[in-house]
Design a protein around this ligand. Structure first.
Ligand code: FES
Ligand code: FES
Length: 180
């Protein structure tokens, strides 16, 4: 039976493999966070932010709006900033997740973290880990950004304390120190 758009012959149509399904119960998944491989049990609906702050106890990543509007929850996936509240754990795949906890080397803070402190780029601190992650990604891809490029990198971040000028000066200062 066909129509003006054509007809389909079910007898000769190529068969497609059934899509794989997960859940709704928790399933085991491998994930790499800050260079360390982990196996976690997650319901497919779990977001990366929930996994980090809950089972993995990496509470440096903040959840503020939980709807992709503020960027407080920013982490890096293979160096690319993403909102972890809008990323399902099952979609991370083989990409390495870098969180704020992954920037320091033991007790030695990363230059961008030092610069945030030095330039008073922290007030309440709720937006700060996400800001730091986006500025880190910027410096990893552009060692000597302009002020305008820093502003563009943090344009999705919402800081109710108004630290933006300090974040820009901190990032420009970190760029002068050494590669982040
Ligand atoms: S908490 Fe994820 S974007 Fe606001
Ligand atoms: S430092 Fe308070 S929201 Fe940015």
């Amino acid at each position: 039976m066909g129509n003006e758009l054509g007809s389909v012959d079910n007898a000769t149509a190529p068969s497609r493999p059934a899509p794989s399904t997960f859940g709704p119960q928790a399933v085991p998944l491998a994930i790499t966070v800050n260079g360390k491989s982990r196996t976690v049990q997650v319901e497919p609906r779990m977001t990366l932010a929930e996994l980090l702050r809950g089972p993995l106890q990496l509470t440096g990543t903040k959840i503020a709006c939980n709807r992709g509007a503020c960027s407080a929850c920013t982490v890096l996936l293979d160096g690319v900033p993403v909102c972890s509240c809008m990323t399902l754990v099952i979609d991370v795949g083989a990409r390495n997740v870098t969180t704020i906890e992954g920037l320091a080397d033991g007790d030695a803070l990363n230059p961008i973290q030092e610069a945030f402190i030095e330039h008073d780029a922290i007030q309440c601190g709720f937006c700060t880990p996400g800001m730091v992650m986006s500025c880190t990604a910027l410096l990893q891809h552009n060692a000597h950004p302009s002020a305008e490029q820093v502003k563009a990198a943090i344009s999705g971040h919402y800081c109710r304390c108004g630290t933006y000028p300090h974040v820009v000066s901190a990032t420009l200062a970190a760029a002068k120190v050494k590669k982040v």
